[in-house]
Write a protein that binds this ligand. Sequence first.
Ligand SMILES: Cc1cc2nc3c(=O)[nH]c(=O)nc-3n(C[C@H](O)[C@H](O)[C@H](O)COP(=O)(O)OP(=O)(O)OC[C@H]3O[C@@H](n4cnc5c(N)ncnc54)[C@H](O)[C@@H]3O)c2cc1C
Length: 386
Amino acid sequence: MVDFTFTEEQEDIRRAAKEFAEKEFTQELAMECDREEKYPRELVKKCAELGFHAVAIPEEYGGGGYGPIEQMIVMEEFSAVNPGLAIACLTPIFGVEILLNHGSEEQKENWIPKLCSGEAIMGMANTEPDAGSDAASIKTKATLDGDEWVLNGTKQFITNGTVADFILVTAKTKELEWKDRHKAITYFLVETDREGFKATKITGKLGIRASDTAEISLSNVRVPKGNMVGEEGKGFYYMMEFFDITRVWVAAQAVGIARGALKLAADYVKQRKAFGVPLASFQYIQFRLAELATKIEAARTLTYRAAAIQVEQGKPDSMLSSMAKWYAGEVAVETCDWALQFHGGYGYIDEYPINQFYRDAKITEIYEGAKEIEKLIVARHILGVK
Ligand SMILES: Cc1cc2nc3c(=O)[nH]c(=O)nc-3n(C[C@H](O)[C@H](O)[C@H](O)COP(=O)(O)OP(=O)(O)OC[C@H]3O[C@@H](n4cnc5c(N)ncnc54)[C@H](O)[C@@H]3O)c2cc1C
């Protein structure tokens, strides 16, 4: 029998996450961070003290010891209240799966407990000015010089770039033929206080403006040999494995955003009157709400199925993760579009929360694999193409 019920413990986590977000993600703070593109340091610290961001990290490193489902629950509940603050609060560990699965014991012991306690923040840098979807076409190089690797290159759109203590950076350690280029990529742990490391905040983002995004320049940055993460030449494979895990996380973000936007729409149409009656009494609006609610439920079921399979199999299912991410992203964007439409002119003003939801939703169709890339992955599975 298919059982979609959450355990009592999972319900407790959901309740706690919802209560935290409703209390701490005030409209005042959300607007301040959105308008001023401000990283909410105090809030991120408070959230870390309660362990929400580290819910799925093993207890031996100071995490909650739960799994992907609990991680989705927190992401969904936070994003339903405010997507920008949610992503700032939950990404201080962005990339930790790569460290957990492939890092040395020394790297893990040095950093993961600090990430869990909120003392440290990390990031993961692959994207470059000329390499996004084609993640294997990076130009950043790492050259061995004695006992150190020397890194040179530029990374683009890096979450936590200016606030992180260290970043997992992909670089090429050799030149291979174009068809083999993915075999040249290796991860390096780069502390952000190293000479030659420079992060420049990117401003003017459409949404998730509370989240820090930066361009990173690496100019002869030297790291010890021990800072290589995992094996040389395996970085691309680690990255693909990482995306299979975190795409479900983005899907949960999208489901939360859609749920939050639908609630804003429902609340608004009940109180706003036109032609002498509440907007909610128009059947056109009722049908739209019903259609959106159905799509959200479908996206949510797919997302939790993709998370559940990670638990069942002990590893993600690439096709399900990709399906969940593109579908939930599309549902989030569509829901926010209609929810803003129902707000009329007021939705166009940033004082109304739907305005921010509308702008925040779009990122779920772009990062961690744009939706076209997710569809390519799904199609490859259907066609049996490697
Ligand atoms: C706010 C934000 C935070 C981010 N955080 C990080 C981070 O922390 N670390 C990191 O490494 N990166 C990060 N990124 C980068 C993000 O993952 C990339 O922007 C994304 O992968 C797309 O790459 P691109 O922007 O180069 O677009 P491109 O690769 O240039 O793609 C442009 C468009 O073309 C489409 N396209 C490309 N190839 C195909 C194809 N074969 N078939 C059909 N359509 C195709 C894409 O789907 C997309 O719609 C972030 C981006 C943003 C905006």
